[in-house]
Write a protein that binds this ligand. Sequence first.
Ligand code: NDP
Ligand code: 2IT
Length: 444
Amino acid sequence: MTYVERVLKDLKKRNPGEPEFHQAATEILTTLAPVVEKHPEYEKAGLLERFVEPERVVMFRVPWVDDKGKVHVNKGYRVQFNSAIGPYKGGLRFHPSVNLSIIKFLGLEQILKNSLTGLPIGGGKGGSDFDPKGKSDREIMAFCQSFMTELYRHIGADTDVPAGDIGVGGREIGFLFGQYKKIRNEHVGVLTGRGLSYGGSLVRTEATGYGLIYITEEALKVRGESFEGKTVVISGSGNVAIYACQKAQSLGAKVVAMYDSNGYIYDPNGINLDVVKDIKEVKRGRIKEYAERVPGSTYTEGCKGIWTIPCDIALPCATQNEIDAQAAQTLVDNGCKYVGEGANMPSTLEAIDIFQKNGVVFLPAKAANAGGVATSALEMAQSSGRMFWSFEEVDAQLKNIMVNIYHNIDEAAREYGYEGNYVMGANIAGFKKVADAMMAQGIV
Ligand code: NDP
Ligand code: 2IT
């Protein structure tokens, strides 16, 4: 049994009942085999065993009271996975599906993603099984305050800097920050994605979606193509999906479909993003309303069918495992040539295999959605320097980072003889820096 096989087998045995964590670890470790073969010193230093074991896992009770006076108890998590190259950094997810397996898969991915940005940030992730849907602003505030009343003792501007993810946007970050500041009596960059009036950065709201389009644009460009005239399907209608749609449209693409967790809209004339933004950002409503407001569009109950819509470029921007083998095969059969992952781990291992075997240019999440956390790191830089950069300045840095990531993962894949395999490229390029730092710092 090889070193990688042994670590993976052990991981599955010692972390039972964590399918998402197993999936992410399998994808990452199997692609690192050629790297650890080249570096026998890694095995001697137990590097992979340490890499897949979080430095710290915090789990806590989050009690809160709803508007009717009823007491609720949710679970809170923060997985501080790896701080070799910088303070732990990664989002908080509030969604009823959240459990330890999901937070650990996200945390493991985050280590390599953050390394790929080239900025000094380690990997972490957190969240809760709290469901923000249908809650009043006061209930959201009560929950966020209770969550931070425990989380504050584990985080800090130079220790661990959380941000948003599914179910956590500007409103939630505001309530979380307010509570942190009240308890600690310090106004510091302990969270990113803050509002512009209290230390946030321009472009952070748009960053993940814009970054996804910038890296996809580069992949198109080196192949003599562009977004102009391309048909695009985007899943989700949250933060990442909305700004991916906006940037793709500005580059001349026709985005024809989006969804939320209830169903999808198809608009052959191209999505009217102002309507989507009004429904999702202003009213916090359901995407179904789009079809009632925009003539010529249709709504279909259920999400899966979105991948049967023919497109040149598919951008999954909702959640993990939203593209399975069947969806991948349908996309390929319908002529899809590019897949860029805005969400974290949206494609199953079988789906990735189908894309790669059929010559689809596949940009994996940890490279393709790194623009969000990269811009978070730019927010941290502005906070510590007590500076505020212009939109153009931050946007130019974001674009530069995404273009660099594309070329780094492309080169890493080539170096190991896997040209065009960006899963290999991203894992290898991200791992190198983390491995170097861990080796230099001894057995810790
Ligand atoms: P939002 O909460 O803003 O939006 C999430 C969207 O995905 C909503 O449309 C939501 O629908 C849909 N969705 C969520 N869960 C499911 C599900 N189980 N089935 C179907 N649809 C679902 O989150 P973000 O846009 O911030 O995040 C989307 C993805 O991007 C996640 O995978 C996240 O980890 C990843 N990501 C986010 C970054 C960021 O900066 N925000 C950075 C990098 C990655 P509904 O409203 O019905 O729940
Ligand atoms: O998955 C991710 O990279 C995020 N949710 C963003 C993390 C961050 O710290 O900005």
